[in-house]
Design a protein around this ligand. Structure first.
Ligand SMILES: *[C@@H]1O[C@H](CO)[C@@H](O)[C@H](O)[C@H]1NC(C)=O
Ligand SMILES: *[C@@H]1O[C@H](CO)[C@@H](O)[C@H](O)[C@H]1NC(C)=O
Ligand SMILES: *[C@@H]1O[C@H](CO)[C@@H](O)[C@H](O)[C@H]1NC(C)=O
Ligand SMILES: [Cu+2]
Length: 369
């Protein structure tokens, strides 16, 4: 609880992130009316890059059969055998384990970094690919958390029949519903120990995902401040309020609910981008890997201290051997660029950050509604 209280204090400190919005000086104050400028040539229509857009709907707006089709495919991914020898060698037994292991192996380069948002956008795309292997053709669902802020416990997303199952109970905090009885073999931390799908809802922290905090993130003037505000704001507090997979930062994607939370996170980034698309389709920066002295922004101490304090352990030599170079594409620098290469360890081909900047840019073709 001490740790949670520290994080609560952090939430309060967050308000310091908000930036004063400078109002533009009134440029039309004086002078005679200027002659109307010649009408500019209409912009050339951009050639369409997407043939069709997949709709990502908020879970409760999906039709029942679509919800059930999603849950069925999700269960299929969780029970399909692993395919990739190098991930099997590290302990992945199912296709789902492979996805969770991807997040585990790259954990120290995809959190508290500029790559956080592009990587997790790519990660959702990898998830979509795996659901596709199991026959799912619809869009990924997302969770509009402000609708449930302060009352996650009663969210329709936690329905045991038409949702992801409810709050964890009993030893292990295992959830009921469609994922009860399934095993995740990856985590916690850098360990691999078979566990049930588990979570523990905390409505003391869920208010910190409400619209006030979303707006605060969306009002940031540039990517450098936006990714931090999203990461340390609704993203972090959603995780704390859900405590998915032992509340573990390294392997929380073991709970399928993770992907609805990260749909919400991805939508925040897109909504922020859409406020000034011409500038924000290329606005990218931030470290491409955690600094050893800082580690995860939300925990005190550096990587080594967190490994001990959080009980995460450290990546094994075998894990390190398959960990991608976090500088790949970045000209050997420590800053994330549009050419930064993101890897799914062979589940799908690598992609660059540039590929995922536009959710309708051709590599990705979806919209949020
Ligand atoms: C279940 O969740 C509670 C509250 O977060 C936690 O204290 C407890 O350790 C968890 N139990 C297990 C077995 O994970
Ligand atoms: C969000 O929660 C904070 C308290 O944590 C509260 O002050 C604020 O009014 C809430 N905003 C909304 C839109 O409910
Ligand atoms: C969009 O961003 C550019 C570059 O930062 C800026 O010059 C422009 O004023 C912005 N447009 C709007 C509508 O905010
Ligand atoms: Cu993550």
């Amino acid at each position: 609880m001490v740790k949670l209280l520290q994080l609560g204090a952090l939430g309060l400190a967050l308000s310091g992130l908000s930036t004063a919005v400078a109002l533009p000086a009134d440029a039309t104050a004086a002078g005679p009316p200027a002659p109307a400028p010649p009408a500019p040539a209409p912009p050339k229509p951009k050639p369409p890059t997407c043939k069709g857009l997949t709709k990502r709907q908020e879970w409760r707006n999906m039709k029942r059969p679509d919800q059930q089709a999603y849950i069925k495919a999700q269960r299929c991914v969780m029970t399909s055998p692993a395919k990739l020898p190098k991930l099997k060698a590290l302990g992945a037994k199912t296709r789902w384990d492979e996805l969770v292991m991807l997040h585990q192996v790259e954990a120290l380069q995809i959190h508290s970094t500029g790559t956080f948002l592009p990587f997790h956008r790519y990660f959702l795309h990898v998830h979509q690919f795996l659901l596709g292997e199991c026959g799912y053709k619809g869009g990924l669902p997302w969770w509009n958390e402000p609708l449930d802020a302060g009352n996650f416990i009663n969210s329709p997303l936690l329905d045991p029949v038409n949702g992801f199952g409810g709050d964890g109970t009993g030893p292990g905090n295992c959830t009921n519903g469609p994922f009860a009885g399934l095993t995740v073999n990856i985590g916690p931390g850098f360990f691999n120990k078979p566990r049930c799908v588990n979570r523990k809802i905390n409505d003391f922290f869920s208010p910190l995902t409400n619209q006030t905090y979303v707006d605060e993130a969306l009002n940031q003037p540039d990517y450098a401040s936006a990714w931090v505000a999203i990461y340390m704001g609704p993203h972090l507090f959603g995780h704390i309020a859900l405590a998915m997979m032992d509340g573990n930062s390294i392997t929380s994607p073991g709970d399928p609910l993770f992907f609805t939370h990260h749909g919400f996170v991805d939508k925040m980034w897109w909504d922020w981008q859409a406020r000034n698309l011409s500038a924000r389709l290329t606005d990218m920066n931030g470290p491409n890997a955690q600094s050893p002295d800082i580690g995860f922004l939300e925990f005190p101490g550096g990587i080594a201290e967190e490994a001990a304090e959080q009980g995460w352990g450290s990546p094994s030599p075998a894990m390190l051997a398959i960990t991608p170079d976090p500088k790949k594409g970045d000209n050997g620098g420590t800053e994330t660029t549009l050419n930064h290469v993101m890897s799914s360890l062979g589940i799908i081909p690598d992609a660059t950050v540039r590929d995922v900047m536009d959710i309708q840019g051709g590599y990705l073709c979806y919209q949020y509604e």
